[in-house]
Design a protein around this ligand. Structure first.
Ligand code: HEC
Ligand code: HEC
Ligand code: HEC
Ligand code: HEC
Length: 499
């Protein structure tokens, strides 16, 4: 056989060259295959090498996710930074009651009159809710001021505990009952499915609100999810009934009027104002609802487009997880779409904000006056019937003011809607004063002297708060009770050991 072949090649050399070519092509193809296998192996190897640990279930320890996704983790950690101030916002704390003491009077009888600071980065969520005077000093002897529901927007330990205890049990517990369980700040497991890393909704209140509106969260597009993960927390909500069940008041719609009607229909009040005795509503932070009514949402943008811009590192594109004011980095936020200069873009934002704040400041003065006039009317013997209309106007005015102001980004997210809401608030504040003026006149009261509430301390004294005692008790609690929560969480392995 071989002899025959060599004879044939001798007779006709083309056959030899043919075989040579076939062999060479074969070798080349084999080489390609080998190369491709090695490359693929290398890819898989990098994937496995990068994914250092397997994450299953609801893992609240951000540090462990960080082992697999170092870029996202490293940028997420920067939500601890306090290094940016724009004209009105930024990632630092600001004692809002100090700069706008009228708010103390507006919230008389409600915990916010004690203490209210501007929000900062997600990393501070646990620290801030523990340190604020609004959560009091629960220690077994002193009662809780807040239910466990108050933890709902603070930590990935929340979905973990909801799963462990059951939803209703979780909500109706006291705040302090979960003090040594809820210990990791807002993080990966709040927004991501650990297996697929897809965005996911971990807060049942959002899913339930969708269902009551006849919508399904599973139908949301990936782009909508880039807002909905934020809408788990940055929304209007209330604690329903004795079980303190976290509920979004969206059944009749998501505008300020639709939500007011929802509350009115069930005669709901968050508290009774101690001066005016009006049945008050506290707006939380309807960032998502207001955003939907603005120009950017209407063009299909999501929260992440401005608050989590893409970054590139060695050819790898990833989302910046330092959620912060987009003005901190205009070139990677606004300028991905707008050609204007940084200065112009910043100016647009400031102009919208300044115009809204102009009206806001007027409301805070006039609405404070209305509360104080109502107190004078009661003090001079006004009847429930005489007061009813004025108190309703005060409730409506303050709901609108709070709605527009508590959504800190609202004046940029939806400038026209925010301005509209503020205008209605100012209108109702003045109408309330008119009503009260009539009642006071009928009671023979010619003039109501306004107290000096020009500083936080004076305003708090006026509404009858013993701030020194509240502060001392809290400081003491922070030194004694709080560390025992942290120690217990550490001992039980609830906080990652490398944190
Ligand atoms: C689990 C609840 C939760 C989720 C989910 C959440 N946030 Fe927050 N966010 C908070 C809380 C609470 C604070 C205030 C923290 C503090 O001041 O201690 C906050 C603060 C902020 C701030 C202010 C930061 C600063 O530097 O002043 C921005 C901006 C923000 N969030 C945007 C977003 C965006 C955008 C999303 C979605 C991608 C989102 N948040 C998702 C709860 C949440
Ligand atoms: C407040 C919600 C939120 C939190 C908290 C959060 N992420 Fe994300 N993450 C997002 C959004 C939004 C995207 C963009 C997803 C998209 O466009 O589909 C994203 C994308 C990602 C991606 C895909 C690649 C990329 O960067 O776009 C990874 C991986 C990731 N996140 C890891 C993490 C890790 C690790 C943590 C915790 C340290 C974390 N995320 C915390 C909202 C969040
Ligand atoms: C088109 C860009 C853009 C989009 C999209 C956007 N924001 Fe904003 N957001 C801003 C700007 C600009 C500010 C004002 C920042 C400043 O003044 O420093 C802001 C402010 C905020 C603040 C207040 C921050 C603080 O320091 O108190 C929060 C909270 C916030 N946005 C949440 C959201 C949420 C939630 C969404 C989605 C529902 C969203 N934003 C969508 C641009 C955007
Ligand atoms: C992902 C793209 C995108 C990003 C990021 C973005 N914008 Fe826009 N912006 C738009 C689009 C689209 C419109 C609507 C344009 C139109 O109708 O002509 C718009 C409209 C505006 C308008 C006019 C609003 C109105 O009332 O019609 C202003 C002002 C503006 N953007 C400022 C900003 C600023 C400031 C930032 C950064 C904080 C920003 N945008 C980020 C896409 C974006």
């Amino acid at each position: 056989m071989l002899k025959k072949l060599s004879e044939s090649i001798k007779r006709n050399p083309v056959i030899g060259w043919g075989i040579f070519t076939v062999v060479m092509v074969g070798v080349f193809l084999l080489g390609l295959l080998a190369a491709s296998i090695t490359e693929r192996r290398a890819e898989i190897a990098t994937l496995y090498a990068n994914k250092k640990i397997e994450i299953t279930g609801i893992n609240a320890k951000n540090e462990e996710w960080g082992l697999n996704y170092p870029r996202e983790y490293d940028t997420w950690k920067k939500t601890k930074n306090m290094d940016f101030r724009s004209k009105h916002l930024g990632n630092m704390t600001e004692d809002v009651l100090e700069s706008r003491p009228e708010m103390v009077v507006l919230w008389a009888g409600y915990a916010f009159s004690r203490d209210y600071s501007a929000p900062r980065g997600h990393m501070f969520a646990i620290e801030d809710v523990s340190h604020t005077l609004r959560t009091g000093t629960p220690d077994g002897e002193t009662q809780d001021m807040q239910p466990s529901t108050c933890w709902a927007c603070k930590s990935p330990d929340v979905p973990r505990m909801m799963q462990e205890k059951g939803l209703e049990e979780f909500y109706k517990a006291s705040w302090s009952e979960h003090g040594c369980e809820i210990v990791n700040p807002i993080g990966c497991a709040d927004c991501h499915d650990p297996q697929t890393m897809n965005l996911t909704i971990t807060r049942p209140a959002l899913i339930e609100a969708f269902e009551r509106q006849g919508k399904k969260i599973e139908d949301a597009t990936p782009q909508e999810m880039r807002s909905l993960v934020c809408a788990q927390c940055h929304v209007e909500y209330y604690f329903q009934g004795d079980g303190k069940y976290l509920t979004f008041p969206w059944d009749g719609g998501m505008t300020v009027e639709a939500m007011e009607e929802y509350f009115d229909n069930s005669n709901y009040a968050d508290w009774t104002h101690t001066l005016s005795r009006a049945p008050m509503l506290k707006a939380q932070h309807p960032d998502y609802e207001l955003f939907l009514l603005g120009p950017h949402a209407q063009r299909g943008l999501g929260c992440a487009d401005c608050h989590m811009p893409y970054k590139a590192e060695g050819g790898i594109k990833y989302s910046d997880h330092q959620i912060v004011s987009p003005l901190k980095n205009i070139s990677s936020t606004c300028q991905t779409c707008h050609r204007d200069s940084e200065d112009n873009l910043r100016k647009y934002v400031y102009e919208y904000q300044d115009k809204a704040l102009e009206i806001r400041d007027r409301i805070e003065i006039e609405l404070t006056k209305a509360h104080i006039m109502a107190k004078a009317a009661w003090d001079n013997g006004a009847t429930e019937a005489e007061m009813q209309q004025a108190l309703q106007l005060i409730r409506q005015a303050q709901w609108r003011w709070d709605f527009a102001v508590a959504s800190h980004g609202g004046s940029f997210h939806a400038p026209v809607e925010t301005q509209r809401i503020l205008a209605h608030s100012l209108d109702r504040s003045m109408q309330a004063q008119l009503e009260l003026q009539k009642t006071l006149f009928a009671l023979g009261v010619r003039e109501v002297t306004m107290p000096d509430v020009s500083t936080k301390a004076k305003a708090q004294e006026y509404i009858g708060l013993d701030m020194k005692k509240l502060r001392d008790d809290k400081d003491n609690w922070i030194k004694t009770t709080l560390p025992t929560w942290v120690e217990k969480a550490k001992a039980e392995g609830k906080i990652a050991s490398n944190s």
